[in-house]
Design a protein around this ligand. Structure first.
Ligand code: ARG
Length: 458
């Protein structure tokens, strides 16, 4: 047992208590952030004359050595230490002796762990932002390729009106774009440095908190030391942003699963991104999409867990807060893997364009356009709706599309229907006439893509 706080105690901690209390098995992931924070701290201590330049150099060299040995595997972060902070400090003292004992001057583990976690999460927010950019880029490329790929748009999972694949993918583009913006704003809001908050009440040493914040690329120090050690809002915001990303990925996965089903056959998943069955030789399963959908719950779980942990905590630090790590790490790993794998799966998927257009044709998705055509000929919309309803009954009974009816068959429903009806209900035309902002028509879509390319490449 290597602990930092033996002095006040007359008896050894029970082994089970030690194990229950220890966090090294999971906070060892903060090692790199912990060393980064300590370097900034000791540089500041020396600059302020709180420790000597010589002690500072020795500590920095000691930290370099520890980092190199951990990287090479020569030094292992083991459960002999209570947490990662103890591991670093104990090893530093082993290496450089008394100077090592000065590293923790003017610092508490409370502000130290708050800093480590903030650095770790900030790095992660940045890498997730990049992953979302890659996903957005993939989507943008696919949209460009599919401005004319007609497919049915659905409501209630019933074929509704024709759209294009570009338009459908574009809806997800918007969702992930908002997700990315959310991350950027979280990054900005969280970027304040808790180090220097001490245990809760700052310190009596003349710390230069601005300097430390600058060294670690923060906007500035946290304004209130009690808040500094006990704020986990940024992590809750991040888990909430990750939950929303997962919700979007899960919805998209659900569509991939439906599109990949034997009944739809809209897409073919790449062999590299699907799996087989041990018994049924014909199977090619959308496991990645299903796992992304399935793992969404884990990320929600981490958010709910931390919200619940935090809700009853009086100021300032409480040990409950150690629970901010395990599930958050799991949620971060999970979300990252899901974004990466989903992007790979999506970019290797092929779309059966013929099949999508056929499905659109067979689903009366141009019924609204026929009604609109009648409106154009002077029929009130409600009457037109009724007329087209009767047309659909006949077509359903005969198992044909509206377009398959002859002109004289259509005329039975309204004398106002002329030969120009076929152009009006042609699926391609139906889509291309929808050119208001946000609609699937070619012109509207091209306008939007131009804007996306401009914003995105800047
Ligand atoms: N392992 C602790 C955590 O993750 C570090 C802070 C410990 N501070 C304390 N006062 N016991 O929260």
């Amino acid at each position: 047992m290597a602990q930092l706080w033996g002095g006040r105690f007359t008896k050894e901690t029970e082994q089970e208590v030690y194990d229950f209390n220890a966090s090294i098995t999971f906070d060892k992931r903060l090692f790199e952030c912990d060393v980064r924070g300590s370097r900034a701290h000791v540089r500041m201590l020396a600059k302020q004359g709180i420790i000597t330049e010589k002690d500072c150099e020795d500590i920095l060299r000691g930290l370099d050595g520890i980092e190199a040995d951990v990287a090479s595997g020569k030094l292992e972060i083991t459960t002999r230490y209570e947490d990662v902070h103890s591991f670093v400090e104990a090893n530093l003292i082993d290496r450089i002796g008394d100077a090592g004992k000065k590293m923790h001057t003017g610092r508490s583990r409370n502000d130290q762990v708050a800093l480590d976690m903030r650095l770790f999460v900030r790095d992660h927010v940045e890498s997730t932002t990049e992953q979302l950019s890659a996903l957005l880029e993939t989507l943008l490329g696919m949209m460009k390729e599919n401005i004319d790929t007609i497919m049915p748009g659905f409501t209630h999972l019933q074929k509704a009106q024709p759209v294009t694949l570009a338009h459908h993918l574009g809806a997800y583009f918007e969702m992930f774009k908002r997700d990315r913006e959310r991350l950027l704003s979280i990054r900005e809001r969280m970027n304040y440095c808790p180090l220097g908050s001490g245990a809760l009440a700052g310190t009596t040493y003349p710390l230069d908190r601005e300097f430390v914040a600058g060294e670690l690329s923060f906007t500035g120090p946290c304004a209130n030391s009690m808040d500094g050690v006990s704020d986990r809002d940024y992590l809750l915001e991040y888990l909430s942003a990750l939950s929303i990303i997962m919700m979007h990925l899960s919805r998209f996965s659900e569509e991939i699963i439906i599109w990949n089903s034997n009944e739809y056959r809209f897409i073919d998943l790449d062999d590299g991104y699907s799996t087989g069955s041990s018994i049924m030789p014909q199977k090619k399963n959308p496991d990645i999409a299903e796992l992304v959908r399935g793992k969404t719950g884990r990320v929600y779980g981490a958010l709910m867990s931390l919200l619940t942990t935090m809700k009853g905590l009086p100021l300032a630090y409480n040990k409950d807060m150690q629970e901010d790590k395990e599930l958050s790490f799991d949620a971060m790993d999970t979300a990252s893997a899901c974004i990466r794998l989903f992007t790979g799966m999506l970019s290797t998927t092929t779309f059966n364009k013929e099949r999508m257009a056929d499905s659109c044709r067979g689903g009366f998705t141009n019924a609204t356009d026929l009604a609109d055509y009648l409106v154009g000929k002077g029929v009130p919309f409600r009457d037109a709706h009724g007329i087209v309803g009767r047309v659909v009954i006949e077509c359903s009974e005969r198992g044909i599309a509206i377009d398959d009816l002859k002109l004289d068959e259509l005329k039975k429903y309204s004398e106002l229907i002329d030969a120009d009806v076929f152009e009006a209900i042609d699926l391609k035309n139906c889509v291309d006439r929808r050119n208001t902002d946000g609609a699937p028509g070619r012109e509207a879509m091209e306008r939007l893509l131009q804007k996306y390319y401009k914003d995105f490449t800047n």
